[in-house]
Design a binder for this molecule. Structure first.
Ligand SMILES: Nc1ncnc2c1ncn2[C@@H]1O[C@H](COP(=O)(O)OP(=O)(O)OP(=O)(O)O)[C@@H](O)[C@H]1O
Ligand SMILES: [Mg+2]
Length: 282
C-alpha cells in the first residue's frame, strides 16, 4: 500500500490536440497523492474527458507527461481504472451484475479464480447490491447500474480510480448516495480518487483538493485545498461556512473567466459595429 504523502499520479504540461486540429487540453499540470480525493471542475466542453482519457493513456498526449509512482505511462496501466458517466453503455446487458463485475478480471493471471469470485462478491456487497448479483443490468434502476459500474472498477482493486462525471445521469438523492459510497470506498479499500465533474458543490463536498479548469482549451486556473472536516456529511458539511466560502470562490473563478471570455468576444465584434455606426456621421 502506498504512503499517503507520496505523489501517486504526476501530470506535467499535458496537452492534447486531436487529429482534426481541435486543441482540447492546452496545458495541464496537477498531481494526486496516495489515497487523496482530487476533483477537477470545469465548464462543459473544456476537455475534462479528454484529460482523463489522456491520463490513463487511452489517448496519447501531444505534449507533456503522465507518471504513476514516478514511472512514465505509455499504455493503460492496470493500477488505473476509468468509470464513465454513461453506465447504460458501459455494462454488458447479456451478463448479470456478477458477470459484469467479474468480466475485467478474467484476464488477470495473477489472481486465482476463487480470489476473483471473492473480490467481485466483496465489491458487490460494498455497493449494496448483493441481493441483485444475479439480476441483469436492464432489471436495475439507473443508480443501481452505476453502482455496478463502480463495483466492477473496485473489484479490479485499482490504486487509482478515474471517475468521469459518474453521477451525472441519476437523480439528486441517488447522486448524494453515490457520492457517499465513493467516499466510503476510498476509506475501505484505500483507493485514490480522481473525479471529473462540472458540479462545483460536489467537488467541494468530496475532495481534499480541487483543480479548477478554464474555458477551452483548458489550463488550470487554480488549485484549491479543501480543509473541511472528515468524515463528510451531506447536510452538516454542505451547511458549514467554510463549504459555502469555497464553493462561492470557485463559482466566482469560473464565472469571472466566463465573463472575461464573453467580454473579449464582444470586444472582438466592437470595431466593425462602431465603423458601421460611425459611417453616416463621417
Ligand atoms: N475524438 C475527438 N476528435 C476531435 N475533437 C474532439 C474529440 N473528442 C472531443 N473533442 C473535442 O474536444 C473538446 C473537449 O471535449 P471533452 O469531451 O474532453 O470535453 P468535456 O469537458 O469532457 O465536456 P463535457 O463537460 O460536455 O463532458 C471539445 O471541443 C470536443 O468537441
Ligand atoms: Mg466529458
Amino acid at each position: 500500500m502506498s504512503n499517503p504523502s507520496e505523489v501517486l499520479l504526476d501530470v506535467n504540461g499535458l496537452q492534447k490536440r486531436y487529429a482534426d486540429g481541435t486543441l482540447a487540453v492546452q496545458e495541464i499540470t496537477l498531481n494526486v497523492r496516495a489515497r487523496e480525493f482530487v476533483s477537477i471542475v470545469g465548464p462543459s466542453g473544456c476537455g475534462k474527458t479528454t484529460l482523463l482519457k489522456t491520463i490513463c493513456a487511452l489517448l496519447a498526449p501531444t505534449k507533456g507527461t503522465v507518471k504513476l509512482h514516478g514511472t512514465l505511462i505509455t499504455e493503460p496501466p492496470p493500477q488505473m481504472v476509468l468509470v464513465f458517466q454513461d453506465y447504460a453503455r458501459s455494462l454488458f446487458p447479456w451478463l448479470t451484475v456478477s458477470g459484469n463485475v467479474m468480466f475485467p478480471l478474467r484476464k488477470r493471471k495473477d489472481i486465482s479464480q476463487a480470489d476473483k469470485e471473492q473480490a467481485s462478491q466483496r465489491a458487490i456487497e460494498a455497493v449494496g447490491l448483493t441481493k441483485f448479483a444475479k439480476h441483469f443490468p436492464w432489471q436495475l434502476s439507473g443508480g443501481m447500474q452505476q453502482r455496478v459500474a463502480i463495483a466492477r472498477a473496485v473489484a479490479f482493486r485499482p490504486e487509482i480510480l478515474l471517475l468521469d462525471e459518474p453521477f451525472a445521469s441519476v437523480d439528486a438523492l441517488t447522486r448524494a448516495d453515490l457520492e457517499d459510497l465513493t467516499l466510503a470506498l476510498r476509506d475501505e479499500f484505500g483507493i485514490t480518487m480522481l473525479l471529473v465533474t462540472h458540479d462545483i458543490d460536489e467537488a467541494v463536498y468530496l475532495s481534499d483538493r480541487v483543480f479548477v479548469l478554464s474555458t477551452p482549451p483548458s489550463t488550470v486556473l487554480e488549485e484549491i485545498p479543501i480543509p473541511l472536516a472528515q468524515p463528510r456529511d451531506q447536510v452538516r458539511t454542505r451547511s458549514e461556512a467554510g463549504f459555502l466560502q469555497l464553493r462561492n470562490h470557485i463559482h466566482g473563478l469560473i464565472g469571472k473567466k466566463k465573463d472575461d471570455g464573453m467580454k473579449s468576444f464582444i470586444l472582438d465584434k466592437v470595431p466593425s459595429t462602431l465603423e458601421l455606426e460611425s459611417d453616416p456621421v463621417s
